[in-house]
Design a protein around this ligand. Structure first.
Ligand SMILES: NC(=O)c1ccc[n+]([C@@H]2O[C@H](COP(=O)([O-])OP(=O)(O)OC[C@H]3O[C@@H](n4cnc5c(N)ncnc54)[C@H](O)[C@@H]3O)[C@@H](O)[C@H]2O)c1
Length: 361
């Protein structure tokens, strides 16, 4: 198999900015502010107003031609969050976010779990050096493909079926991506996690593919853990992990567990990636209607997400600068109330922009 182009590098970048709903509209502009201050290269931002307001006004979720436009004219999408109490079905969110994930074939969900300040972890006697790993979740298959149905719905005899879809191609490409990431970043330990003792068909495929692909990466110490064991081990001793690769459902769960170990939702970044093609970067949190409009949303998750985007663009120094700025804000307590600080969202953004402007090379 050909090498995977891990980066979408180039001298310039065109970014689609999709803040969405709720606090997505508060944190995403702060990220753009920080990006503008940190990046001294041609970088164009184009705002997209897709979200609940547009849906309620015009009935439009993902406009016609949107996928092709993003694929052909943009390098990356900086996404906020979708979800609005006025749209109880969440139809717009499903159409836009899942639509982009599937139609842009963003098969890698990258979820770094990195402790950026010791005080943020609920684990006793753990420090920054103990918690620095990345989870790669398969993002286009598994139990999330929506194949299934009801039989005798609403009766006492009801049957509900949800199919777990695993293709040879899908399993191989996410496992290979995880190994390539490890190799690129000189990470020595990779863990593939499944439930092959109980899911004897789907995860037998994962087992066989893993055994095959790992042979191409002899320098990486690779092992397998059942997902229940992984959940225990990651809490007991997270320092034993560098790279974790797993299926859609388990990746969803284990990466949220990891996010909590590293300071919670307000700090967790993610990328939805198709190597070498337009990819989407979003903070893990949702639109948080309970705090939306109050100016207290924590923008650090979005800023770390922007750092992942810069890394994807191949702009390593600027990516590192963004992470440094978040570390510094945590150290100096220039943070929002959810992290024990007193600053508003925009004031954190201003502080970070100032920091990166002063420290940019
Ligand atoms: N990718 C996405 O767009 C995405 C992800 C998750 C949830 N959602 C949607 O968001 C809406 C709300 O969902 P939810 O409440 O379950 O999850 P949520 O992440 O929006 O909020 C959960 C809790 O964490 C807090 N929180 C989240 N982000 C924060 C931040 N940056 N700063 C400070 N506090 C923060 C919220 O105030 C809330 O108490 C729903 O419509 C849901 O469908 C969207």
């Amino acid at each position: 198999m050909a090498n995977i182009p891990l980066r979408k590098g180039g001298p310039a970048a065109r970014i689609a900015v999709l803040p969405g709903d709720g606090i997505g509209r508060e944190v995403t502009p702060e990220s753009v502010k920080v990006l503008r201050a940190a990046v001294n290269r041609p970088m164009e931002f184009v705002d997209l107003d897709w979200g609940a307001d547009k849906f309620l006004r015009e009935g439009v979720t993902l406009p016609p031609g949107a996928v092709e436009m993003l694929r052909d004219e943009f390098d990356a999408i900086l996404f906020g969050a979708l979800g609005d109490p006025r749209v109880p079905s969440n139809q717009h969110a499903a159409d836009i976010l899942l639509g982009l994930r599937f139609k842009l074939d963003l098969y890698v969900n990258a979820r770094p779990v990195e402790l950026l300040h010791d005080r943020l972890t609920p684990l006793r006697n753990r420090s920054e050096r103990d918690l620095r790993l990345i989870v790669f979740r398969e993002n286009t298959e598994g139990l999330y493909v929506g194949v299934g149905g009801f039989f005798k719905k609403g009766t006492p005899d009801e049957v509900a079926v949800q199919e777990d879809m695993n293709t040879r191609k899908g399993v191989e490409r996410i496992i290979r991506y995880a190994f390539e990431h490890a190799r690129w970043h000189n990470l020595k330990r990779l863990c593939m996690s499944d439930k092959s003792n109980a899911m004897t068909f789907a995860h037998d495929l994962w087992q066989r593919v893993f055994k095959e692909v790992r042979q191409e990466y002899p320098e990486i110490e690779s092992r397998h853990l059942y997902i229940d064991t992984l959940a225990m081990e990651i809490v007991r001793d997270p320092s034993q992990f560098d790279v974790i690769v797993t299926c859609n459902l388990f990746g969803d769960i284990i990466s949220d567990l990891g996010a909590q170990l590293a300071g919670g939702l307000g700090l967790a970044p993610s990328g939805n990636i198709h190597p070498g093609a337009t990819s989407l970067f979003e903070p893990v949190h949702g639109s948080a209607p309970n705090i939306a409009g109050k100016g207290v949303a924590n923008p650090l998750g979005s800023v770390l997400t922007s750092g992942m985007m810069l890394d994807f663009l191949g702009w390593k120094d600027e990516a590192a600068l963004l992470k440094d700025s978040v570390r510094a804000a945590l150290r100096e307590n220039k943070v929002t109330p959810d992290l024990g600080g007193a600053l508003k969202t925009a004031a954190v953004g201003d502080w970070l922009a100032d920091y990166v402007a002063k420290n940019a090379k």
